[in-house]
Design a protein around this ligand. Sequence first.
Ligand SMILES: Cc1cc2nc3c(=O)[nH]c(=O)nc-3n(C[C@H](O)[C@H](O)[C@H](O)COP(=O)(O)OP(=O)(O)OC[C@H]3O[C@@H](n4cnc5c(N)ncnc54)[C@H](O)[C@@H]3O)c2cc1C
Length: 587
Amino acid sequence: MSIPTRHFDALIIGAGGAGLNAALQLASADVRVAVVSKVFPTRSHTVAAQGGVNAALANVLPDSWHWHMFDTVKGSDYLGDQDAIEFMCREAIPTVYELEHAGVPFSRLDNGKIYQRPFGGQSQNFGGDQAARTCAAADRTGHAILHTLYQQNIRSRTHFFDEFFALDLVRDAEGVICGALVLEIETGEPMLIEAKATLLATGGFGQVFRTTSNAHINTGDGVAMALRADIPLMDMEFFQFHPTGIAGKGMLITEGVRGEGGYLINKDGERFMERYAPRAKDLASRDVVSRAIVTEVKEGRGCGPNGDHVLLKVDHLGEDIISKRLPSIRESSKIFAGADPVREPIPVFPTAHYAMGGIPTDRFGRVAVPAGHGAEEIVPGLYAAGECACASVHGANRLGGNSLLDILVFGRLAGKNIIDYVRENPYQRTTDSASLEQAMSRLTRWEQKGEGIPVSQLRAEFRKCMEDHAGVFRTEEIMTEGYERLCELRERLPEVRLHDHSKVFNTARIEALELENMMDVGMSIAVSALKRQESRGAHSRPDYPDRDDQSWLKHSLYYREGDRMDYKPVRTKPLTVESFPPKERVY
Ligand SMILES: Cc1cc2nc3c(=O)[nH]c(=O)nc-3n(C[C@H](O)[C@H](O)[C@H](O)COP(=O)(O)OP(=O)(O)OC[C@H]3O[C@@H](n4cnc5c(N)ncnc54)[C@H](O)[C@@H]3O)c2cc1C
């Protein structure tokens, strides 16, 4: 098979914060790096991040990285690996200063220091008063970070393949991953990119749920590519529902709104979070607030004609603060909810937001898989960072402001480790023809003509199924029904046909490829959730209401082959400090 081929030292799939921060390290060290993105880099979902990035700078209230670490371990419901969490919280401080020096226009305090706002789950002194740890550029922090990283990459001469869609990883004759087959969206032509090291940085997959805060592009292509390469996915049952999506639409209203003093009310005007989290109230962690909202609605205290949402009250902050600190939120609320928060509350309901799980990596961004008898094996030349990866710093529930931090810290670290790897492994491996053919078959499958099920139909049924059967509250019955339904949908996938077989800018073909990826990812969530018989973090089971550390203080691993599950222990030992042993989690 003759396909145009390009060679680089390193291939990065994904141009969000994780991919771009890795690329910057490589390009600055004169390593030949290619970044592939299915959209123009600055359209990656990182651009949509609103609230900010956590670092214990202590610019507003007393703080330390150790308290940040405690909050993150507690927020994770003790499922996060404490060595990785310690590393991230320590690195947060130099990482934010590095961004500042690279040109990120953070909001400022009167004394000129970086502005920090309180966010959910943040405390002082191991569970004491509220801290203010989230560094913000108004409510457009991701926008500011992504544009700065893109500009720095242009300066460092990173090679970009914009609007190229990665189809699958490829291997050499020994089975070592040596790059990826990609599709140029404009021409519809395939191209092989061979590299000594490949980094998956393809972001999240909120699109598997019908109502989501995620961009259309967040379809889990990278995690599905890993699954097809026989790599298991870790902790997929833990999917975060953000408490404040615009009701019925899903667009995000940042936690920063509550950080600035906004609060939730039910139809009686009651500030109901006081009942669920007496101390932290509206700034309890996201899983807690989402469950409280769903419970209010279920028990008949929802607002609106259908009683199907609650209200986020902001008007008491005054027009001045709202316009200065939350300008985009005001816009979104006016456009999508028809409510100007300066005058009226915003109708909100939980929306699918963030994947805690993903491709299992070690603390250095290297993909690590079980090798039997409790041991782990590094997959040579393959790295993952950002939301598609699971390092695991978020465990069963992520704290707001910790994802931008995760992508920056581990993106940077993966970049640094790839530099060493390509220096130690200077020879390019050659793609095996069978591997290339297999990757090509993903494309040729869509050339089949004739009548069949449209992509849009199967996608709608699939996303509705995920929403109904893998949402905020999950029981054995709901999930078993969901799993059976997903199996049926999976069986119908081969009957899906494209009507448009043209090559140039055929977005229907891209959507078909994304649907295949989403369905694999959805299955990994459903199976992992069904098997975990406890409630922990975002995984809430009314039939197993308690956390069960005896049986379930372990990470799940889902394999695509036979929908098989495996488990591995949580790393409870930090790098330099003492462990935080599991305790009851109250806010
Ligand atoms: C609305 C919203 C607000 C948020 N606010 C915050 C916040 O305030 N603080 C915080 O910490 N976190 C926040 N998050 C979470 C955080 O923004 C994301 O987790 C993070 O930005 C993900 O970054 P990433 O680099 O992993 O991926 P992304 O930024 O999603 O980038 C993924 C990249 O992969 C590319 N890609 C994917 N598939 C393919 C393919 N098949 N071929 C080629 N390229 C591909 C895409 O083109 C893109 O460039 C928010 C998330 C959302 C949705």
